[in-house]
Write a protein that binds this ligand. Structure first.
Ligand SMILES: Cc1cc2nc3c(=O)[nH]c(=O)nc-3n(C[C@H](O)[C@H](O)[C@H](O)COP(=O)(O)OP(=O)(O)OC[C@H]3O[C@@H](n4cnc5c(N)ncnc54)[C@H](O)[C@@H]3O)c2cc1C
Length: 457
């Protein structure tokens, strides 16, 4: 790569104020808040249009420059850190909300729109509609989250966020723009079928298949009121049956489980948090009654513990895992998320808590139900002091051991960092690997798209 020429060309494409090779900027983009090693970056580029992205991709092919697309850069597992240098393509300038279709209930947006922006826009202009967002900071992008099979407060009812994508516009690794889903032949971005569905190629492939520039994401009717019914219990073996009963009742919006050794009053217990919604107080009261009855019948669930403060906190701001990042000074934080089958959750909890203890990390475990128990997102958080290399390595070892344990239980590490990708590729059906390799080399013969990720030798 001729760096001076590439810099000049990039400035011509996006304008000089939207390209940087300043050491300070490159430093910021070379890392994220997790344990992944920083990697050198050559250029940060912030495009505004699809055409600019097409030109950048064509240039990258000519000069063999790797490109790593980035939304909020907040996966924590290093997925927007360029493993082999090159361009970090920061999508945040492409932040237009193009259309809200109230009848078919979707939002057509550019790929740099953040969850905070879309949520605020809906609240102001379409108060009867909502989008499922993760508990992540509002600076993350809707695209970055949906493209890693993220999940949020509507996932119990409607599945993970990847499955909420109705359509995508992508710039392929050869620089051609391509529409996927109904938008490929209709003005309406309302469904991904009934034509061969290629959107799956772009989810959890971490930018290796191309760059998403626009997407259609499903919206849902927004109920008037929301409440949370808390319960506390001790035996993790109760979990599968309890979750089946609650999801069978069809009354829950979001279902979260949490187990934390800190603060002291949480230690030794599981907390179940079920969000219920309705359009009237009567509806909410009747759902509360049904749910409390399920808790009562399950035996061993305490609904009386001092919960007012906890309830208010979760209703107001259901972001509790981020607070666990403060358990160790130094500001580092990463968690293993693994998609698990319900039957393995009790074992995953025992195993995860043993690993936390072994590494001297305060146990923080959580689960989110996705799609009526079709899938459970299981997570264990490992805060660390980023100023202490031994502590970083300790967290790295704990993460690695957890990934191995979850794979052994039949789970799949989610938003897998490089080392977890290697573990997955080691275990996966060899023909899956061959298919991945065949598709990637056909789409991206120069290997410019986020190389190093999902690398099959
Ligand atoms: C406190 C905290 C809580 C969290 N809670 C949740 C949660 O509840 N649910 C959840 O799902 N996640 C959660 N996360 C994880 C993460 O922050 C989110 O999943 C986040 O939405 C990822 O989006 P992003 O814009 O930061 O993606 P990025 O990190 O920027 O990108 C993710 C991947 O997608 C690729 N990519 C990004 N944009 C494009 C594009 N336009 N085209 C092609 N590829 C692209 C990147 O290369 C990268 O591989 C949490 C994180 C934190 C810190």
């Amino acid at each position: 790569m001729n760096k001076d020429k590439s810099l000049k060309d990039l400035k011509e494409i996006v304008g000089k104020e939207f390209v940087s090779n300043n050491a300070e900027d490159l430093f910021i983009y070379s890392q994220d808040p997790g344990v992944s090693d920083p990697q050198p970056v050559d250029f940060v580029v912030m495009p505004k249009t699809v055409e600019e992205i097409q030109k950048i991709v064509k240039l990258a092919n000519e000069e063999k420059i790797p490109i790593t697309p980035m939304g909020g850069g907040m996966t924590l597992s290093g997925l927007a850190i360029p493993v082999k240098g090159g361009i970090v393509l920061d999508m945040k300038r492409m932040d237009e909300i193009i259309e809200i279709n109230e009848l078919s209930r979707y939002a057509l947006i550019e790929a740099g729109v953040t969850t905070g922006k879309l949520q605020a826009y809906l609240e102001e202009h379409y108060p009867n509609l909502e989008v499922s967002i993760p508990d992540a900071p509002p600076s993350v992008t809707v695209a970055g989250n949906a493209l890693i099979h993220g999940s949020g407060f509507l996932s119990q009812k409607h599945g993970d966020h990847g499955s909420m994508l109705n359509g995508l516009e992508v710039v392929l690794p050869n620089g051609e723009a391509c529409k996927l889903g109904s938008c490929a032949l209709s003005n309406y971005w309302f469904t991904r079928g009934p034509i061969p569905d290629f959107i799956g190629l772009f989810t959890s492939s971490f930018g290796t298949m191309g760059i998403a520039t626009k997407l259609s994401i499903k919206l849902y009717p927004k109920p008037n009121i929301r409440d949370i019914i808390l319960g506390r219990f001790e035996d993790p073996k109760m979990i599968p049956n309890l979750l089946l009963k609650i999801t069978h009742s069809e009354i829950a919006e979001d279902i979260l489980l949490s187990m934390q050794d800190k603060p002291e009053w949480m230690k030794g217990f599981f907390f179940i948090m079920v969000y219920i919604t309705g359009d009237s107080k009567e509806e909410l009261d009747s759902k509360t009654k049904i749910l409390k009855n399920i808790y009562r019948k399950a035996k061993g669930i305490d609904m009386e513990f001092p919960s007012k403060k906890m309830k208010d906190f979760f209703l107001e701001k259901p972001i509790f895992y981020s607070t666990t990042a403060d358990f160790r000074k130094g500001g580092g934080f990463e968690y293993v998320g693994a998609m698990m089958s319900l039957e393995k959750i009790p074992e995953a909890i025992v195993s995860g808590s043993k690993i936390s203890n072994k590494y001297g990390i305060i146990t923080t475990i959580g689960c989110r139900v996705i799609g009526k128990c079709h899938n459970i997102l299981f997570f264990i958080s490992y805060p660390f002091n980023r100023a202490d290399p031994d502590d970083v390595q300790n967290a790295r070892n704990a993460l690695e051991e957890t990934n191995v344990a979850m794979l052994e239980l039949g789970g799949i590490p989610w938003k897998a960092e490089l080392s977890a990708q290697k573990l997955i590729l080691k275990k996966i059906d060899p023909n899956y690997k061959m298919l991945l390799k065949t598709i990637r080399s056909a789409l991206d013969p120069n290997g410019i798209m986020n190389p190093g990720n999902w690398e099959v030798s």
